[in-house]
Design a binder for this molecule. Structure first.
Ligand code: PBG
Length: 326
């Protein structure tokens, strides 16, 4: 009685109630995190050409963007900064009046219920575009930790609910946790970019954040795309160092990694559907080669199905709207 004709898989598949009753994975608005770019160099929104629909905003423009996102059902944002000036040490990263710090203050003031996450990295603030202190052709790991920790503390003091170190230095989660606790910010959570690969899919983001390295590359700290077991070692260290949520990045080319991280660890797991993943789908949509709204939904659903509890995606608003309207 186990095979055809007794067993007909199509019975539960037909459009309508049954099909949705047996659906295994659901995208909910609260699963989604919307990236926002706070730009100190402009008073008006600036389009990011390689990411249709994405703009950099002056701090004064962010509350209305956040309001529209909240109306769509989005409950969390992750902030990136484009500072007024860059230098060797990334001095504006931890400035009390830095662009991200001001953005956090204004968002938390207007939307106390919105979860505000901040990306903690130096690449948007250094003149050379590396994610840390650049010394003799390499990033100085231990000198960078101090800068990252003070950046995280300044974000927390501005009111960030969660800080998200994305630099891939060794020991940064422990350094950030210790600094937050010393500053009396025990309640600030850490979402660590735990398994972050040296990926070509970050290209459009580097346009958006104006952060492409002009010396060297990032392979000295971001992971080799060939390695999956190493991701488990990376995640384990971040868990031991005090991460509250761990993230895999990029998402779709690394669904195998995401799935094994979800299986091995009991922390909430996030995935970053990165700029290049977003841009590819939009570009194909613009050419009329596929239905980009459908493809975007399918892509992010696949990331959830592979094991992500949370997905950072530039399509968060449209996906939240779609989830709400069923
Ligand atoms: C900062 C950072 C990057 C991204 C998120 N945080 C860029 C990079 O590491 O080069 C990429 C996000 C995206 O591509 O959407 N280090």
């Amino acid at each position: 009685m186990s095979g055809f004709p007794a067993r007909r898989m199509r019975r539960l598949r037909r459009t309508g109630g049954l099909r949705s009753m047996v659906r295994e994975t659901h995208l909910r608005p609260e699963d989604l995190i919307l990236p926002l770019f706070a730009d100190a160099t402009t008073d008006t929104p600036v389009d990011v050409p390689s990411m249709p629909g994405v703009r950099r905003h002056p701090v004064s423009g962010l509350p209305s963007v956040a309001e529209a996102a909240v109306d769509d059902g989005v409950r969390a944002v992750i902030l990136f900064g484009v500072p007024e000036a860059k230098d060797e040490r990334g001095s504006r990263a931890d400035a009390g009046d830095g662009v991200v710090q001001r953005a956090v203050r204004s968002l938390k003031e207007e939307f106390p219920e919105l979860t505000v996450i901040t990306d903690v990295c130096l690449c948007e603030y250094t003149s050379h575009g590396q994610c840390g202190i650049w010394e003799d052709g390499d990033v100085d790991n231990d000198a960078t930790l101090e800068r990252l920790a003070s950046t995280a503390v300044s974000h927390a003091e501005a009111g960030a609910d969660v800080v998200a170190p994305s630099d891939m230095m060794d020991g940064r989660v422990a350094a950030v946790r210790r600094a937050l606790d010393d500053a009396g910010r025990e309640e600030t959570a850490i979402l660590s970019y735990a398994a972050k690969y040296a990926s070509s899919f970050y290209g459009p983001f580097r346009d958006a954040a104006d952060s492409a390295p002009d010396v060297g590359h990032r392979r000295g700290y971001q992971m080799d795309p060939a390695n999956a077991r190493e991701a488990l070692r990376e995640v384990r260290l971040d868990v031991e160092e005090g991460a509250d949520v761990v993230m895999v990045k990029p998402a779709m080319p690394y669904l195998d990694v995401l799935s094994s991280v979800r299986r091995e660890f009991d922390l909430p797991t996030a995935a970053y559907h990165v700029s290049g993943e977003y841009a590819m789908i939009r570009a194909a949509g613009e050419k009329g080669w596929l239905d980009d709204a459908e493809a975007m939904h399918e892509a992010v659903l696949s990331i959830k199905r592979a094991g992500a509890d949370l997905v950072v995606t530039y399509a968060a608003r449209e996906l939240a709207r779609r989830a709400r309207s069923g």
